[in-house]
Design a protein around this ligand. Structure first.
Ligand SMILES: Cc1ncc(COP(=O)(O)O)c(C=O)c1O
Length: 385
């Protein structure tokens, strides 16, 4: 066999996959497992979207769409933004998930050796996307002092002559914390002054539990915004997302999309058109309320058990907890929880290296009943150690 390309050595696997594989094997042997490791909504896709997908197939919509996406869907996505910040549909590009959007953006922006700043802890694929294009991800440690987010000061301090872009996620995975709009405005100004590009991943924007989150495109047409039908719209398996790009980049992104993906899934795009109907929006809003209810149960419950969650997460469906009272090896801790009490969680190692061995991520993409059971098992386990 020919040796693999060198970049393979710089792309790490998801450690949670070991946990998931072990959890599935235990389930196959009849063990009851509480899944708090999973990063996707537990709800099936809303019926209105599924029906629109079936109708699209029956109507013969099985051919390629334009690379930038169905014009009607680009218009519907643009129209989903508040009137005062609504982008021109020509700036909206439909992609195979937020993952496809991030790959297009980095393919368009990153030369070999270019640095991209991002938060640690953060979504792990981001640093691998940058490495795919021979760039250098620069993970900046963040903690509760900055609500687990980069801010203008951190960006200035880590900027070098090789930095070309900053990637933020608000709300963040794994912490669920949001960048307040005043802070975002300052970040936008800072990155513009430094001559770089700001990319904001808003995949969890629909799942914000207090005030509506303000999109970063409100601050400048030069920001790249990434979003997806995966999380709020409950369509992870359909593989559909989008990006909003500054107008000057659209022809380059079109050229890349034509070559890399040809187009996003046609059936998924037709189905997604139904995501904006009032009936589906009502279902999605109800689900958001259910997620909020779960957070409001799980956060105080974990704190009471002794996990430290210093910032109340305003969105997504994760709690990133400091477990240093119980362990200094979160991977071993997660495996032990699984073996002894059948509770699956994600070790911090999956999200970076900064204090990763002291942290774990709990996902509340499971029923309140399961969360109660998980907490009760944890209480017994922690009482013993
Ligand atoms: C912050 C973040 N960005 C992007 C993605 C990728 O999502 P998609 O399914 O839209 O490709 C995820 C998935 O977990 C995520 O958490």
């Amino acid at each position: 066999m020919k040796p693999f390309a060198g970049r393979l050595a710089r792309i790490e696997p998801f450690h949670v996959m070991d946990i998931l594989a072990r959890a599935r094997a235990m389930e196959a042997q009849g063990r009851s497992i509480i899944h708090m490791e999973i990063g996707e909504p537990d709800f099936p896709t809303a019926p209105g979207i599924v029906q629109a997908g079936i109708a699209a197939l029956q109507a013969g919509h099985t051919h390629y769409t334009p690379s930038l996406g169905l014009p009607a869907l680009r218009a519907a996505i643009a129209a989903s933004y508040p009137a005062d910040v609504r982008p021109d549909p020509a700036r909206v590009v439909v992609t195979p998930g937020a993952s496809g959007a991030l790959q297009l953006i980095f393919a368009a922006l990153v030369n070999p050796g270019d640095q991209v700043l991002m938060a640690d802890p953060g979504y792990p694929c981001n640093r691998h996307f940058v490495r795919l294009f021979e760039g250098e991800p620069v993970s900046v440690p963040v903690d509760d002092a900055t609500t687990y987010q980069l801010n203008a000061d951190l960006i200035r301090r880590h900027w070098t002559a090789r930095t070309v872009a900053v990637l933020l996620a608000s709300p963040s995975n794994p912490t669920g914390t949001l960048i307040e709009t005043g802070e975002m405005a300052e970040i936008v100004r800072t990155v513009e002054q430094l001559g770089g590009v700001l990319i904001v991943d808003e995949i969890y924007h629909g799942l914000v539990y207090a005030n509506e989150a303000v999109t970063a495109i409100a601050h400048s047409p030069e920001v790249f915004v990434v979003n997806s039908f995966s999380k709020y719209y409950g369509m992870t398996g359909w593989r559909l997302g989008w990006l909003v790009a500054p107008p000057a980049y659209i022809p380059a992104i079109d050229k890349l999309a034509q070559n890399i993906f040809l187009a996003s899934s046609t059936v998924a795009q037709h189905a997604a058109l139904a995501a904006f109907t009032p009936a589906v929006q009502e279902v999605l809003a109800q689900r958001r309320d259910i997620f909020r209810e779960r957070r409001d149960y799980l956060l105080p419950a974990l704190r009471e058990l002794g996990f430290r969650v210093p910032v109340v997460p305003q969105g997504a469906f994760y709690l990133y907890a400091d477990a240093s009272r119980f362990t200094d090896d979160s991977q071993a801790f997660a495996l032990d929880l699984l073996e002894r009490i059948g509770v699956a969680i994600t070790p911090g190692l999956d999200f970076g290296s900064y204090r990763a061995a002291q942290h774990v991520r709990f996902s509340y993409a499971t029923t309140l009943e399961n969360l109660h059971e998980g907490v009760s098992r944890l209480r017994k386990y922690l009482g013993r150690i």
